[in-house]
Design a protein around this ligand. Sequence first.
Ligand SMILES: [Zn+2]
Length: 314
Amino acid sequence: MKRNCTFTFCVISSLFVFIAVFSGVDTCRLSAQTTEGLSFGNQQLGEQSADDRKRLLTTDTESVVLKPKTNDSATIHILLLVDEKDHGPAGNGFHDYPLWQRRLAALLNTPADTDSKKVSVEIAWTWPSDEQLGNADAIVAYCYIEWSEKRIAQLKRYLHDGGGLVFIHSATWTKPGPVAAVAQVTGVGGFELYRRGPVQMKLPEPQHPICKGLPNTIELADDETYWPPVPLSDDAVVLATSREGKGKHGSTPEADQPILWCCEKGNGRIVGCVPGHCIDTFDEPDFRSLMLRSIGWVAGADPARFASSFPNPD
Ligand SMILES: [Zn+2]
């Protein structure tokens, strides 16, 4: 969209489309069966070799100088930022970033998307390279992020240049505690408490393009919330709240806490989402609509761009 499209990316994009068209993915219900083993280019997603992973983990270079942008309205470049699964053993469904990555990549490359030829999906482990930051229209992060001054500066530059960021669940939790400088870039600097269990998402901005046409309340059978945001930046628009009070290691006065928000920084757009602990949450149709629309919105595209199977915000 707003960013440059090199010949290499066009080739990669075309390859993704070819694979997507012939993979026969069902966009309404995506199961592990339909997505396991999908390969993109010469990479088997989530099954990189040790050498590949080492190479990907060393892409965090010292430079924050990115490539100059050129306008390209033909392709939306989406970068999925993930890490090794954490929070227990494989198969337990918690914080399964590689599985999420495979499923989302398949969704974004669905043949039901009439413009699927205009989407490229790439992955980055733990942090993007300068080249990936320079090419991405939307980064979708689902893993803990090890923040540093350098990374904050890189993200500021990326957003200033019109990049988009959707960060989900553990990506919104800063370790070892909230970081004010992160809030200046992402809208929230971290949280203090958490709770596992049913989550009732209330949507107070029904006219926002990400929420339009969706129910006022979305029920998640089992997930995890974080609160309170420390801090929530003044320019953040709260798109969903959850009633919270007692957490696992402390409590706050019962109140509606923000668990989905958006903001604009420079030319960039950001959506932060607290739910996402359980892989099944991403199969909840309305929650999935929120996520897919968020990706479209931060990329500067039609929010319904990747959610055509669900209620259209128009
Ligand atoms: Zn979690």
